[in-house]
Design a binder for this molecule. Structure first.
Ligand SMILES: [Zn+2]
Length: 229
């Protein structure tokens, strides 16, 4: 009997729902429905270039970044990310990582990444939530592109308040000295891809890149599911 048969049987007793629109998923849909995927606006190359200029170019820490989608408040992608963050939808996180690979994989391959590092959560936040949502996105991406994920390189040592309500300058101050590199030897001379769920100001990614470079990382790149303007 085919896997599809079992998925159909499973769906009959325990229907699966798309986290983006709450509609029932069909057997062949993998965690997120096609309607949702198709309605999330794609980040064009020119938008990525503009956002790179705004968030990363003057600091010269991040050598390149990519994100398949544009983040919109109260829309499908926000619901999808919330389901990973707050409802333990790990498979959805993995799927989002696969989608990043499908759309941005060719560019990421040109960066010759040695390993992927998800932006870490503070251990108190992690203890509270039980997991780091960016890790699952990183895992899906890494598996698709055959790049290892290293979760233990970076540690968050400062409990930062939620960044959302802060201005750009406040965010940069808030994030200062928030991270520590744990395995400096592993980092030396390596090209590292940092994964965050959504890129907002870029302050977190710049700070991660800064400390990784401080201990001898070669080039730091960044990726996320979406870019917020
Ligand atoms: Zn949907």
């Amino acid at each position: 009997m085919s896997t599809m048969f079992f998925i159909s049987l499973f769906d009959f007793f325990l229907p699966r729902f798309c986290p983006g629109c709450k509609q029932k998923l069909s057997a062949e849909q993998k965690y997120i429905c096609d309607d949702c995927i198709n309605s999330i606006p794609l980040a064009t190359n020119s938008l990525i270039k503009i956002e790179y200029q705004r968030k990363f170019s003057d600091k010269k820490l991040i050598s390149g970044f990519t994100a398949p989608f544009i983040f919109e408040k109260d829309k499908e992608l926000q619901h999808i990310i919330h389901s990973i963050k707050y409802s333990k939808k790990f498979a959805v996180g993995n799927r989002l990582g696969e989608i990043i690979a499908e759309i941005s994989g060719d560019e990421i391959k040109t960066w010759r990444i040695d390993f992927i590092v998800p932006v870490p959560l503070h251990h108190l936040k992690k203890a509270n939530r039980g997991y780091n949502q960016s890790f699952y996105i990183a895992k899906g991406l890494g598996k698709s592109l055959n790049i290892p994920v290293n979760q233990s390189i970076l540690k968050r040592v400062k409990f930062t308040q939620t960044q959302t309500a802060l201005s750009l300058v406040e965010r940069q101050e808030n994030i200062g000295d928030a991270f520590k590199v744990k395995k400096t030897k592993t980092v030396k001379g390596k090209n590292i891809l940092i994964i965050d769920d959504v890129i907002t100001t870029g302050a977190t990614l710049n700070e991660c890149a800064r400390i990784l470079k401080e201990v001898g990382a070669n080039k730091i790149y960044a990726s996320s599911s979406a870019i917020a303007e």
